[in-house]
Design a protein around this ligand. Structure first.
Ligand SMILES: Nc1nc2c(ncn2[C@@H]2O[C@H](COP(=O)(O)OP(=O)(O)OP(=O)(O)O)[C@@H](O)[C@H]2O)c(=O)[nH]1
Ligand SMILES: [Mg+2]
Length: 498
């Protein structure tokens, strides 16, 4: 450690390969362009062996290494894009020539601007009949991105991931921008690596993908991230080959963590002053309006990054919808297959289980059926969001159905005997004589644990018009006589069958 500190002063900062993040609207061709680059850069036989999950890899163009990070374009993956932007030295903004600027194009521009990194625009799908690069440039100008043809300094390259046209120009542009950035870092400095993905693999255990931003990472190093410590047992490069050490801008997969650190956090040396930077802030677990109806949800996903994306988009369903009159509790969220213990937890906590890109253990379906737990798994985020929205609303409205009887007091009458009758409107369920009830001065759906009822008793008589009735159903008016008397009964109070 001391030795290294000393070295810091004398060492020449070395040239560092650029980290280039691909961003853009969904389906505009980010992955296709990167696949094309990768295919032409490496031998075909290696291609199949490359770990898809690492989400980043390094290639050489004109003998200059470049590290790429792919990001998903769907609206749900904002956090991944934001992190991709922060880890980047250069953002390649992919815009499909026939679709032009779309919502996530704009979002990507904001992330790149927030991170203060230069943008290169790749106008993709130039092979398509509707390709209109001029429109793309015009639309980009509207977003404050002035391309070279428009008197600005943003480089644009017209490409096709299908034919490969322009891809080598894109790589030239990346090299040129990297040259201007003159990226340097201390290869012997203190370790800093940004986590881009983490997940549990059935065979290999906890796997963490990261990009080295300072110093180097070696097998045997003691490291820490998100408050978890680990000893590096094994390092793998982007081609799936075991390596002893990884230097600047290298994407690597690390084995050795026991717990899953958070995506976006830093990996640092154990005991380093930087360690506190590697701890993530607390996350809110309940989202939505303050209401009595809370839908519990257990999320299982293949990776920490997708888990977060699923969580964020489900949270948005509740917080962004004006109609949603329920809140959501994340009972448990983790990576890996849906297990029996998830089903038991769901059953004990009244939660539903949502899986994304994960399998179910073989006994899960039967157990879930026995316990009446809903388990759903999905492979696309669109499907997941659509269906889970309905599922949550269904579960929330079932909660409403579970209300035994709820009525609002709309007027009160005093009988000659001195008893007070509550004239009520039944909002949910039904009321029957002998029901035990509680009275509140606000809608019981708005009460919290802290709210005490004003009165506890039972229904002595139920009247509709002049008649005594044995039940009064939802959306009807009725008169309720209470036992014992409640002389302070007022209009605007609520009666809840308990
Ligand atoms: N004709 C044509 N099709 C393309 C081109 N690039 C991508 N596509 C097609 O467009 C679709 C989406 O491409 P992807 O590379 O998956 O797009 P993406 O931007 O990575 O999408 P997300 O990761 O979902 O945001 C695929 O069907 C591709 O085959 C291109 O240059 N020309
Ligand atoms: Mg993609």
């Amino acid at each position: 450690m001391n030795m290294e500190k000393k070295k810091d002063k004398t060492i020449q900062y070395g040239k560092r390969p650029p980290i280039v993040t691909f961003m853009g609207h969904v389906d505009h061709g980010k992955t296709s362009i990167l696949d094309y680059i990768r295919k032409t850069n490496i031998q075909q036989k290696e291609y199949g062996g490359i770990t898809q999950h690492i989400g980043a890899y390094q290639i050489q163009h004109n003998n200059e290494p470049i590290t790429f990070i792919d990001t998903p374009g769907h609206a749900a993956f904002t956090q991944m894009r934001s992190r991709g932007g922060r880890a980047a030295d250069i953002v390649v903004l992919v815009v499909a020539a026939e679709e032009s600027v779309k919502p996530q194009t704009k979002e990507a521009i904001s992330h790149a601007k927030a991170a203060g990194v230069p943008i290169i625009v790749a106008i993709n799908k130039m092979d398509k009949p509707g390709a209109n690069p001029e429109k793309v440039k015009q639309d980009l100008a509207q977003e404050g991105i002035m391309v070279e043809d428009w008197g600005g300094d943003v480089v644009t390259v017209e490409v096709s991931a299908k034919t490969g046209d322009g891809i080598s120009d894109l790589l030239d542009a990346i090299n040129a921008v990297a040259e201007i950035l003159d990226l340097k870092a201390n290869p012997e400095g203190e370790l800093e690596a940004t986590i881009i993905e983490s997940r549990n693999d059935k065979k290999r255990g906890t796997l963490v993908s990261a990009i080295i931003q300072s110093g180097k990472l070696k097998v045997g190093d003691e490291i820490s991230a998100s408050g978890f410590e680990a000893k590096v047992k094994f390092l793998m490069d982007d081609k799936g080959i075991g390596i002893k050490e990884a230097g600047l801008s290298k994407p690597v997969e690390i084995m050795g963590f026991k717990e899953l650190p958070n995506v976006g956090d830093l990996i640092v040396e154990k005991g380093s002053d930087l360690a506190e930077l590697s701890v993530d802030e607390n996350r809110t677990e309940i989202v939505g309006k303050e209401t009595k109806k809370t839908v519990g949800i257990i999320i299982k996903a293949d990776t920490q990054g997708t888990l977060e994306a699923v969580k964020a988009s489900l949270a948005a369903l509740v917080t962004e919808s004006i109609e949603a009159d329920y809140s959501m509790r994340f009972t448990h969220t983790s990576t890996g297959a849906v297990s029996d213990s998830d089903v038991l937890l769901a059953s004990n906590t009244n939660s539903i289980i949502v899986g994304f890109n994960v399998k179910k253990d073989s006994s899960v379906d039967e157990l879930a059926q026995d316990l009446g737990v809903i388990v759903k798994t999905y492979n696309t985020i669109y499907e997941l969001i659509d269906e889970v929205k309905d599922l949550l609303e269904g579960t929330a409205s079932k909660e409403v159905e579970k209300i035994k009887g709820r009525a609002e007091v709309i007027k009160t009458f005093k009988l000659p005997s001195g008893d007070v009758i509550a004239g009520c409107n039944i909002i949910a369920g039904s009321l029957k004589p002998k029901f035990r009830i509680a009275i509140y001065d606000k809608n019981p759906s708005d009460i919290t644990e802290a709210d005490e009822p004003l009165y506890l008793g039972s229904i002595k008589k139920l009247k509709q018009g002049k008649n005594d009735v044995s039940v009064a159903g939802i959306n009807t008016e009725c008169g309720v006589l209470l036992k014992p008397h409640f002389n302070d009964l007022r209009k605007g109070y609520w009666i809840e069958a308990i």
